[in-house]
Write a protein that binds this ligand. Structure first.
Ligand SMILES: [Zn+2]
Length: 295
């Protein structure tokens, strides 16, 4: 079943109600007694074998373009391992590139990145569609390089959303709660539970999307995976440090449905390792890291 999902994404799109058979979210329950694996937060090599990778999409997109990046940027972020210890020390800080965000593990109401940069100063309106978009500074250069390489490959990537504040997410959530009172937690992340608050997360668009949806006004749809922009991103985004946050079949773990347009900057090293393991960041974090002590 393919349907539109806009969880945590652009607050101003036209929504299509999710299927009526899905009315509740099943998520893992954090336990204060969860056994602690004595491994550093940022250890890239898991101390235990990684779980089986998620199954491939039920509909495999066919691609006519297999571009390769013309330039692989070097990661601009540096990482510091956090020692495992008391609960307070085991929480990845909100500003951490690998902070855990799901519909269960949230960010502080007060958290806003202090190093936001206007993306509109770096990319043309052809890409941003004129939306005022902000991102944290470390994601700017890799993103611009990726967009440049996509355009060189004949693609027309669009960026529909970036940083979204707690209050902006709150407005979006309330909007959806009014329109779809029984489904709001499926349609929109509650404030504090959207990766967009991190300032490192982007929603991509494609001018090809209406060819698949038949609706020129629909900017977010799972059919993004069919577009050439979606195909390219899935194959190449890790080379620039971006990873798909909400792949298929991870709903029970994250509370988020498949969002083929929603990518998060985590650095080239982590993004590449995640791709090699066939895991999303959240799958990796919740499986191989000590459980966050977030109520
Ligand atoms: Zn998004």
């Amino acid at each position: 079943m393919v349907f539109m999902g806009i969880t945590g994404c652009q607050p101003t799109v036209t929504a299509v109600a999710p299927p009526p058979t899905v009315l509740s979210i099943t998520m893992i329950t954090p336990s204060p007694h969860h056994p602690i694996t004595p491994s550093p937060h940022h250890l890239l090599t898991p101390t235990s074998p990684p779980p089986s990778p998620p199954p491939p999409p039920t509909a495999v997109p066919t691609s006519t373009t297999t571009p390769t990046p013309t330039n692989t940027p070097t990661p601009t972020a540096t990482f510091t391992a956090t020692p495992v210890g008391a609960c307070a020390n085991r929480i990845l800080a909100d500003e951490d590139l690998w902070a855990v965000v799901t519909q269960h593990y949230g960010l502080s109401r007060d958290y806003a990145p202090t190093d936001l940069v206007s993306l509109n100063d770096h990319l043309s309106n052809d890409v941003t569609l004129g939306y005022p978009i902000e991102l944290r500074v470390m994601a700017i250069e890799p993103l611009v390089q990726m967009i440049t390489d996509m355009q060189a490959a004949g693609l027309k990537p669009q960026i529909l959303s970036g940083y979204r504040s707690y209050s902006a997410q709150s407005i979006a959530y309330n909007k959806w709660a009014t329109e779809f009172p029984g489904h709001v937690n499926i349609i929109s992340a509650p404030p504090g539970y959207s990766e967009h608050q991190l300032g490192t997360t982007i929603d991509f668009g494609s001018p090809e999307l209406p060819l698949y949806t038949g609706d020129p006004d629909l900017q977010f749809h799972t059919y993004f995976y069919k577009t050439n922009e979606g195909i390219w991103l899935l194959a190449n985004a890790h080379n620039y440090g971006f990873t798909l946050s909400w792949p298929l079949e991870t709903f029970e773990l994250t509370g988020f449905y498949y969002e083929p347009w929603h990518y998060r900057y985590v650095g080239v090293e982590m993004a590449t390792r995640l791709r090699e393991m066939g895991l999303s960041l959240t799958q990796y974090q919740l499986t191989n890291q000590p459980e966050p002590c977030i109520p």
